[in-house]
Design a protein around this ligand. Structure first.
Ligand SMILES: NC(=O)c1ccc[n+]([C@@H]2O[C@H](COP(=O)([O-])OP(=O)(O)OC[C@H]3O[C@@H](n4cnc5c(N)ncnc54)[C@H](OP(=O)(O)O)[C@@H]3O)[C@@H](O)[C@H]2O)c1
Length: 260
């Protein structure tokens, strides 16, 4: 078994990212874990210890403008074979009421950091003619999202960007996978403020370990676009045929809060 590969995972201290670290550790990949909280990173690293792999943690707020380059510089001398751009967050509420901090925070993390990290870690992969990148988008990226307009739009960017560069890189030896989970039980909904939405209360969310396994397989199979869960796949397909206004209205209904 190849024990020398190193995987960089952003948002590795909780949720889907943390479940992914366990899968990579199980298959003897070394790991670089990135998130903001030093304590949660340390806890994640200690849980991975029994696998006997090398685990490095870097507490960095990737929504800060200089953070992606800082992270890249910290890893000079380390070959990153697999990059997982997983860190991301959403904020529930009407756009007109949303603070600049919430809006730009989502764009900075979900779009800018993901794009910068891809741009920074890609050239060495191309030079080696080997590497894998997985960008975690969302089924939110397949339609407009009233009440989470910015979040849905950032994920539409991730899908479009990832599919485009996957095509550009098709003969390079580097693969790009865009992974789209649907609603998943993690810390995401609480941070977003949409844990009381119809989506999370009534329509059902998947468990993070199952979602991570779908993502892991998609990455290893070098699939360009993968949607986690059959129901999520069906919903994503249906948005292609229904009128846009209908799709947007349904999207709002799903996002609305219900009495739990
Ligand atoms: N859960 C869902 O329903 C769902 C559905 C579709 C797609 N997704 C996508 O899946 C990805 C993972 O989400 P999740 O559900 O696992 O969320 P989560 O449970 O909230 O975990 C997010 C991870 O990202 C880290 N993080 C957050 N902000 C960061 C920042 N500014 N800089 C660096 N790290 C940061 C968090 O650690 P710290 O807080 O310590 O920084 C944590 O490790 C996201 O891209 C999300 O958009 C989630």
């Amino acid at each position: 078994m190849d024990t020398s590969r190193t995987v960089l995972i952003t948002g590795a201290s909780g949720g889907i990212g943390y479940e992914l670290t366990k899968l990579f550790a199980r298959d003897h990949h070394n790991l670089v874990l990135v998130a903001r909280s030093t304590e949660r990173l340390a806890h994640a690293a200690s849980e991975l210890q029994p696998h006997g792999i090398a685990v490095r943690t870097l507490a960095i707020d990737l929504a800060q403008p200089l953070a992606p380059k800082f992270l890249f510089d910290q890893l000079q001398g380390t070959t990153i074979d697999i990059l997982i751009n997983n860190a991301g967050f959403g904020t529930f509420g009407e756009f007109a009421q949303m603070s600049e901090e919430q809006i730009l925070g989502q764009i900075n993390l979900n779009i800018t950091a993901l794009t910068q990290l891809t741009r920074l870690f890609l050239p060495p992969m191309i030079a080696r003619r080997s590497g894998r990148i997985m960008n975690v988008a969302s089924t939110a990226g397949f339609q407009p999202g009233p009440l989470m307009a910015v979040y849905y739009a950032t994920k539409a960017y991730v899908i479009s960007f990832s599919e485009a560069i996957a095509n550009e890189l098709r003969h390079s030896g580097v693969t790009v996978t865009c992974f789209c989970p649907g609603a998943t039980h993690t810390g995401f909904a609480k941070r977003a403020g949409n844990d009381k939405s119809r989506l999370f209360q009534q329509l059902g969310a998947m468990n993070a370990d199952k979602v991570a396994l779908d993502g892991y397989r998609a990455l290893m199979e070098a699939r360009t676009l993968a949607i986690s869960g059959a129901q999520n796949w069906l919903v994503a397909q249906s948005t292609r045929f229904a009128p846009r206004k209908v799709v947007t209205a349904i999207s709002r209904w799903v996002a609305e809060k219900v009495d739990s």
